[in-house]
Write a protein that binds this ligand. Sequence first.
Ligand SMILES: [Zn+2]
Length: 265
Amino acid sequence: MTWIDSHCHLTYDGLAERLDEVLDRAAAVGVTDCVCIGTDLKNAVRVLELSDQYSNIHAVAGVHPHEAGKVEKGWVEALTGIVSRGDVYAVGEMGLDYHYDFADRDAQKRVFEAQLAIAADVAKPIVIHCREAHVDTLEILEAAAPTSPVVFHCFTGTLNEALEIIDAGYWISLTGVVTFKKSDELREVARRIPGDRLMVETDSPYLAPEPVRSKRPNEPAYVVHTGRCIAEVRGEDIEAFATRVRANTIRFYGLPTHAAAAPGK
Ligand SMILES: [Zn+2]
């Protein structure tokens, strides 16, 4: 049984300093590949170094809404240059975070809209970070009318919000939050997502799933726990489920075909 962690942050503290060990543990449980997300221009450079070094780490780059207040002159050109590379598979994570509000909301919106334009320019998939900003996020997406696939990563909203996202034609990716005891509504979401528009991720080093929730930090190997939980609530055979979400991830990002074969460094 093989999996892909469709969204993680391997350059962050807790994982970066012991990456070989982390990747070995992932490989040992069948996690063959990781999609590693760069959250600002500086971080994207680190992510690209990793993807150069490891053939099973795939890069995505964007400006996280938390960083939207810190962009410098020329950032659009710089990010466009990065995501134009053949080995960068999507633009993001981008979007709006009204829970933390680390950046001014107008700045968040401007930086989000600019990245949607970049994604259209380079014709690459879009990774959305949306926290307590469902209405504005959907409105901005609707106005931009992206022709590339869009995923709401680490979805933790309501069932109604999930159904609106699905109706709009977008994808949903779930983290270990779905395994938490109180996440009954999110498990209902997991049951209702069309099987061909669903991915699983760790968002590591954050959000370790049950039963390893108390362990810090989260890491790609733990995507198996989240996958098992979702397969159970959907009443699907875990092996068939793993195969399908893995194929979904390869299709969404357009990952190289070696991702479909054996793991490798
Ligand atoms: Zn993330």
